[in-house]
Design a protein around this ligand. Structure first.
Ligand SMILES: [Zn+2]
Length: 915
């Protein structure tokens, strides 16, 4: 066998598929459609094998559905919205060595090309071509006639229309809004713009004002209801503090807090530095409870968290209790009595004291305090009730008291609010730590809208979600959504149609673009000018609103073209399957569902979402910092498309991460080569067994594919049925074209190049990619039982030989069970007790029971015993068995004393004796 040149095969079919346009479906009214999309890639770097998993999953599914007879559409486009691309160009211009080395060494981009990335347009063009050629090479059955990018002016018109609709329906709001902010870029930072794609958790702290000689110390808390248990104030004696003017008030806060406050308040003026040591021991006044308390030092106070000042509620806060204990007699801290203000079923009067004792906490710097604190807070939040110490707030649930106390404090100007990142640090792609900025006049999408949330959750319930275990996660994600800033002042993208200073950000302009695919072909082919795509056109095409003559007049578009778009949308929508990584469930995927619900009538809401886990490289997560990313281009050259596709689908179930290993890739490659070699064995051979196994394989794989259990399907095809084909070839030397071809057909979604090539080698016309999936076939259970009998017999003989420890076996005697035993066996399968009655020899029945425990291949699909003539089967297979074990076979038809004494022949398990 000559060496197989996978890259030559890939190039050949890629070209032919493209020339013949076999993946560019047209409307076929008599054919049921199936519309699949996978998230369009963000074009700022080449793709690696991790990206390829989602697209491979979508493509295998697309190819399968196509073979089932559906008219399948699987389009692709490019995402360029936002600031990342501009930021990269800037860094290239600044000669950023780290970035340049990643492009050069990790992704193999030539140096002279990297230089051109100073212009973002070059960067976009380069990576679109790069990613596109990788996708083609991978054999993805994509309709490229619908391609666009999110910077395309015509796409911008579509997004404008989407935002006009959201605006009309009241889903867009303007107001003050906390956003993640990069002080260097001076721009809000989206999830895509931060290193490691970490999602910032922003919380709203209450700043309670404590008064000291006309100055204010604002202490930050997430539990304002605990103000009734306050005993003292904490500041960090080793941190830097400053006095600032906030409006007409003077505040003392940490230096870091002052910087952050500037992003959240209008007029902040720094006055002077303040030495925290001079404040310690002084008394402050707490207005709401009209009480004076001392300022004390504590090292646990983090100057980088909120204001760097906190108040102490030692009854309910483990840190506070431990800090007081650490001070001991200093400042008479030991005389401070904790004040209990919350009752809950989990604790006695002083929960913090209790848990510190229980865990034997050493001091305020004990690392376990964080976890213990979280647990205590959660327990009190869940079922705590405020007690009489809280005055008019007594008897409330903690969750309720928290809101009311906060509201009252703010109304009386005894408190303010402050937004803080809880999972610091979040680093912008420009390498600067982000803060929270309160933006005025910020546009946001009101994902907090309760009606919208409820309808969306209900729809998730009706959708097919794969893997199904994630259904709850979608609903939880919707539950937790709040308003989301949807526009920024900089970057690529679409301008807000009613406020052109704003550009719609990248997670907001990619929620309903699947609808645009249905018309982008018409737009591309007719080269429609952007100005003609007025809102009335989209209203007509997507919502069926308006009169076509009027729409044509307003837009200047031919009625024919408008109708074509409308028809195309009606034919392809709704989306049948959306594919993406698991990590996009809490943002992109729920936005995708919610925006469809907001804009389209119910019959166009998406029907199914399929997600998958990550790809690991030899057990490790791939990352730029580890330098262990496998670029797709490199993997394609090394292993070929079919091997990579197969591995990505076979490696793990969709809910799991999959592990890419060199070993696994090589073993799959070898299996594929074996299949190529088998083509030489295709010929006349009529074997009932392999045909029947094919029928079984077809049923198993079809079900698995329909349920998107691609791991099960691929494993069965290549390894289980593959081994059966090998067994068959061992016995018969030839395999029928029918069996081989149907096997290859089922493999073709996974390994399309190999399959297309073999299809041709077998002398077929047309494309396997467009051929029909095998129809259901009759099984021949008897043939299957007989073959299994032979396979088991050979194994048994081999183990008997091994056990005999003979160097040389001359002859093997075999004796099958008598008819009478078959009768007992049959009774036994129906009624155990009856079998013991009929058979006098208890030992025989027990042996049968034991045997049956591990063997059940002799039942038909109705659960009835399939009777076989063992002697006849052995005779028919005699020479094959002899060859397999290298000894002569002697069949004993009549009882031979010596054999029966030592070995018991059971149905399907003959007695074996070697000499
Ligand atoms: Zn930045």
């Amino acid at each position: 066998m000559e060496k197989i040149d996978f890259s030559k095969i890939e190039e050949k079919w890629m070209k032919i598929w493209e020339e013949e346009k076999i993946f560019e479906p047209k409307i076929e009214k008599d054919k049921e459609k199936f519309f699949i999309t996978a998230a369009y890639p963000y074009v700022q770097a080449p793709q690696h094998i991790g990206h390829a998993r989602t697209y491979s999953t979508a493509d295998v599914y697309a190819r399968f559905m196509r073979m089932l007879g559906y008219n399948v559409l699987f389009p692709m486009a490019w995402h360029i919205t936002g600031t990342p691309i501009i930021a990269i160009s800037k860094r290239i211009k600044e000669n950023d060595e780290f970035l340049i080395s990643i492009y050069k060494n990790l992704f193999g981009v030539p140096e002279e090309i990297i230089k051109t990335f100073e212009d973002p347009k070059n960067l976009i063009d380069y990576f679109i071509q790069e990613i596109k050629s990788g996708m083609k090479r991978m054999g993805f059955s994509i309709d490229w006639s619908r391609e666009f990018n999110t910077g395309d002016k015509r796409y911008n018109k579509f997004i404008e229309w989407q935002f006009l609709k959201l605006y009309e329906k009241g889903f867009l709001k303007k107001g003050k809004h906390p956003v993640l902010w990069c002080p260097k870029c001076e721009n809000p930072v989206g999830e895509h713009d931060v290193l490691e794609d970490k999602k910032a958790k922003i919380e709203e702290f209450t700043l309670i004002k404590f008064y000291l000689d006309g100055k204010i110390l604002p202490a930050a808390t997430l539990r304002p209801e605990t103000i009734f248990g306050v005993t003292n104030l904490w500041i960090n004696p080793d941190a830097d503090y400053v006095e600032i003017n906030v409006g007409n008030e003077s505040w003392i806060v940490s230096e870091k807090a002052a910087k952050k406050l500037k992003l959240q308040k209008d007029e902040i003026k720094e006055v002077k530095n303040v030495d925290p040591k001079e404040l310690i021991g002084k008394e402050v006044f707490v207005p709401l409870i009209e009480k004076r308390i001392k300022i004390l030092p504590a090292s646990f106070v983090d100057p980088n968290n909120a204001t760097g000042i906190v108040y102490s509620c030692p009854a309910h806060a483990p840190y506070d209790w431990m800090a007081l204990k650490d001070l001991g007699k200093m400042f008479n801290a030991n005389e401070i009595e904790p004040i209990s203000i919350i009752k809950s079923k989990h604790y006695g009067e002083f929960p913090a004291l209790e848990v510190c004792d229980k865990y034997k906490i050493k001091n305020q710097n004990d690392e376990r305090l964080e976890k213990i604190t979280q647990e205590l807070y959660l327990n009190e939040f869940k079922d705590g009730i405020t007690n009489e110490k809280t005055g008019k707030y007594a008897g409330m649930k903690v969750s309720e008291a928290r809101e009311v106390v906060k509201k009252d404090l703010i109304e009386k100007n005894y408190a303010d609010v402050f937004f803080e990142i809880m999972n610091k640090p979040i680093i912008c792609r420009c390498n600067t730590e982000c803060s929270v900025k309160l933006i005025k006049d910020q546009w946001f999408i009101d994902y907090a809208n309760l009606d919208w949330k409820n309808i969306s959750k209900k729809w998730i319930e009706e959708m097919r979600i794969i893997p199904e275990i994630f259904k709850e996660e979608y609903k939880n994600a919707i539950e937790w959504l709040h308003e989301r800033a949807c526009a920024r002042k900089r970057g690529f993208g679409t301008k807000l149609p009613f406020d052109k200073n704003w550009i719609i950000e990248s997670l907001s302009d990619s929620t309903i673009y699947m609808a645009y695919y249905t018309i982008s072909r018409v737009i591309n082919e007719n080269n429609i000018e952007p100005e003609k795509l007025v809102p009335e056109v989209f209203d007509f095409v997507f919502l069926g609103k308006g009169d076509i003559k009027e729409v044509s007049r307003i837009s200047g578009l031919d009625e024919k073209i408008i109708n074509e778009m409308r028809e195309s949308f009606l034919y392809w929508y709704p989306l049948d399957s959306r594919h993406s990584g698991n990590d996009l469930i809490p943002n992109h995927l729920v936005f995708f569902v919610m925006n469809h619900i907001a804009i389209f009538p119910k019959e166009f809401w998406p029907k199914q979402i399929v997600t998958n886990g990550f790809v690991l490289n030899e057990g490790k997560k791939m990352s730029k910092s580890l330098g262990n990313i496998i670029p797709l281009k490199v993997a394609l050259e090394k292993y070929g498309a079919d091997t990579i596709r197969f591995l990505l689908l076979f490696g793990a179930n969709l809910d799991q991460d999959t592990n890419f290993t060199e070993n696994m890739a090589r073993s799959i490659e070898n299996k594929i080569k074996e299949i190529f070699e088998m083509v030489n064995n295709v010929g006349d051979c009529n074997d009932e067994w392999i045909r029947s196994r094919l029928a079984h394989c077809r049923d198993y794989v079809t079900n698995a594919m329909k349920e998107l259990r691609f791991r099960d399907a691929s494993n069965y095809l290549l390894f289980i049925f593959g081994d059966e084909v090998k067994w068959h070839l061992k016995k018969n030397k030839k395999i029928s074209k029918f069996v081989f071809e149907n096997w290859i057909k089922m493999l073709s979604p996974f390994i399309p190049y190999t399959s297309e090539e073999i299809w041709k080698m077998l002398g077929n016309r047309g494309f396997i990619s467009n051929d029909r999936w095998p129809e259901k076939m009759e099984r021949n259970i008897k043939a299957e039982v007989e073959e299994r009998y032979i396979i088991n017999l050979i194994e048994d003989i081999k183990s008997v030989i091994k056990l005999s420890k003979k160097d040389w076996v001359e002859k093997i005697y075999i004796k099958a069970a008598e008819e009478e035993k078959y009768n007992i066996f049959e009774i036994l399968t129906k009624n155990k007790g009856e079998a013991f009655k009929v058979c006098k020899d208890k030992k025989i029945v027990e042996a049968m029971i034991k045997f049956m425990k591990n063997n059940n291949y002799f039942f038909d699909e109705g659960g009835n015993l399939v009777r076989i003539d063992e002697i006849d089967i052995i005779k028919r297979n005699k020479s094959f068995i002899e060859k397999e074990i290298g000894a002569n076979l002697e069949i004993i038809e009549k009882d031979k004393e010596f054999l029966e004494k030592e070995k018991l022949a059971l149905p399907y398990k003959p007695a074996i004796y070697v000499v």
